[in-house]
Design a protein around this ligand. Structure first.
Ligand code: SAM
Length: 247
């Protein structure tokens, strides 16, 4: 997408909607997002087209609801404050906001204002949600302030060095004793048809995704990170994974 076109889209979305979150006018959209994913996350038609539980379920072969619920079902009013790094299409954030009740807070950071504006529509009326315009590699948040940091299908979309930078930020703002929860792609089992079907699709559409087939997600934690426990669960013949890092 041309930079003038992008600027117009960003400006329009900022001007024509009442924002209920912090906007940082200095923050630039990262190159990989503009170059690789503009059609999915930056262009208003893309946002309208892709943002539904139905559509995300199609993209994830019917697994969105299940993966969403592996997070939501473990939450309750004693879960504490949650940070969601990057907006997610569908109703994940709304489900979390409802489940944690007013006793806790859900903060969602995203680098694209159009994503925050779109999400604000879905969580209207939930006073326990804050939408913050920030880059995942440079979070301006209180250190050690969240019981849980959740990253849903973001790490496969960012270049490898950023996977570590994002996890470094997640560690910084997690409370000792807290959890980092990652849901993302994974290398399917050898007998899975998806092992072969997904290679051309991911290699073509998602240039940074295949490294999740080659390395464990936790291997991107910064060197020397001390954790209590790492639990990995895989889904759908191994195509998806949920990794819980207990701190
Ligand atoms: C979470 S990922 C993909 C989620 C999944 N495909 C879905 O929507 O269900 C997409 C989001 O990540 C955001 N994003 C990408 N890079 C980011 C970064 N460095 N910091 C914050 N948000 C980022 C994009 O703006 C987009 O809203």
């Amino acid at each position: 997408m041309k930079s003038e076109e992008k600027a117009i889209i960003e400006e329009e979305s900022v001007q024509s909607h009442p924002f209920v979150f912090e906007v940082n006018n200095e923050l630039a959209i990262p190159d990989y997002l503009n170059e690789t994913y503009w059609w999915a996350y930056i262009h208003p038609k893309g946002v309208r087209f892709f943002d539904s539980t139905f559509m995300v379920n199609i993209i994830l072969f019917g697994n969105y609801t299940k993966l969403r619920d592996t997070i939501v079902n473990n939450l309750d009013e004693n879960s504490g404050d949650i940070l969601q790094i990057a907006a997610v299409y569908g109703n994940l954030s709304l489900k979390i906001a409802k489940k944690i009740t007013d006793k806790n807070r859900l903060d969602v950071v995203d680098v694209a204002t159009i994503q925050l504006q779109n999400l604000s529509r879905k969580v209207t009326g939930y006073n326990n949600v804050r939408l913050l315009h920030q880059d995942a590699i440079n979070l301006n948040l209180e250190p050690e302030s969240y019981e849980m940091v959740m990253i849903f299908f973001l790490l496969h979309e960012v270049p490898d060095h950023m996977k570590t930078e994002i996890l470094e930020q997640a560690l910084k703002i997690s409370k000792p004793g807290g959890q980092i929860v990652l849901v993302d792609y994974h290398k399917p089992k050898s007998w899975s048809p998806f092992r072969y079907l997904m290679i051309p699709i991911l290699s073509w559409v998602e240039p940074f995704a295949m490294s999740l087939w080659k390395r464990e997600l936790a291997s991107w934690l910064p060197e020397g990170t001390k954790v209590k426990k790492i639990t990995k669960e895989t889904f759908f013949t191994g195509l998806y994974q949920k990794v819980v890092i207990d701190l």
